[in-house]
Design a binder for this molecule. Structure first.
Ligand code: HEC
Length: 136
């Protein structure tokens, strides 16, 4: 194989990798599990998913500082993580959704940390995170 075709091959592998890792279309369906407690409002005010208000709005959550929706009453543990300047990315959101309390214990280093989110996602957090990344 010459150098050019190797470069092309590596380039297309790099493009294909994220698509293989997470599926936003599957994530949009998966978000049905979150909808009872979370609404998704886009920056222009459009309500992309009209859901519950038990949890904070998740519009634009990827890239947003942890626990930063002004009018939402967060629990102390997630506020402590937010105070460190942590920002949601797809990987952290997927890990959080699988077990919010375990994620808070790890991030705060406090075994008594607790989450107000009582739901645990069995599978598909990466897909939901990839879909949320498109909801800005
Ligand atoms: C039973 C209600 C409920 C369900 C279902 C639920 N959540 Fe939550 N979620 C909450 C609550 C309440 C909080 C606030 C947690 C706190 O203050 O400790 C929260 C917080 C969050 C946060 C932190 C947001 C921020 O502003 O920092 C993310 C991210 C999140 N949820 C994602 C999800 C995803 C993804 C799903 C579906 C897989 C989901 N949640 C399902 C109730 C829920």
């Amino acid at each position: 194989m010459n150098k050019l075709s190797l470069t092309v091959l590596l380039g297309s592998l790099a493009l294909a990798a994220p698509a293989l890792a997470a599926d936003p279309a599957a994530g949009e369906k998966g978000f049905n599990k979150c909808k009872a407690c979370h609404t998704v409002t886009l920056a222009d005010g459009t309500v992309a998913v009209k859901g519950g208000k038990t949890g904070p709005d998740l519009g634009g959550v990827i890239g947003r500082p942890v626990a930063s929706v002004a009018d939402f009453k967060y629990g102390d543990s997630i506020l402590a993580v937010g105070a460190t300047g942590a920002v949601w990315d797809e990987a952290s959101l997927a890990t959080y959704a699988a077990d919010p309390t375990a994620w808070l214990k790890e991030k705060t280093g406090d075994d008594a940390a607790k989450s107000k989110m009582t739901f645990k996602l069995a599978a598909g957090g990466e897909d939901i995170a990839a879909w949320l990344a498109t909801q800005k």
